[in-house]
Design a protein around this ligand. Sequence first.
Ligand code: ZN
Length: 177
Amino acid sequence: MAPRTWLSIDGLHAGDVVGILEDGTATLPLTEQAVMVQLPSGLQLVDDDEVTGWTVVCSCTSSWDAPRWARNFDGGQADPERRVDGLRAGHPCNPSVTVAEALWKAWKAHSDREVAVTELHAARRAHEETARRLANAVAASRAIELQLSWAEIGSAVGTSKQAAHERWGRVKTGAGQ
Ligand SMILES: [Zn+2]
């Protein structure tokens, strides 16, 4: 599986597989091309054999525990328990399918949760906006010149006269906000 950017459905999360160097530095997203790291002095090319592991990063700012896999230069099978995968020196450092899928699953779990939270916030904002609009409409309909009854207001908004009065009875006429 060639690493590529994964995108959440709301477009706010972009996940990329990166390499980890011996000192813990993360590389730029791994591609089929050269492995690079971003240093203060600029981009620097890294030899594939300097990559000692893999992890996944997300474009968002939320912190989450991305799994880190270590590279076993002696080769051997992927060990999901210890998060170690074998890849001898002298090979392109792209992760194996096992590692890439594990990283994708972790990133997907992270982004799915964040997407759900983002939607909750958006729904709450929409809900509050609607409540403000309704209160303003009730206040306007209770204005001196109109004086709609609580029964009329209740009927219009699909509730009883009593419920309408209880909910908006203390809303000052003409109170804009
Ligand atoms: Zn994210």
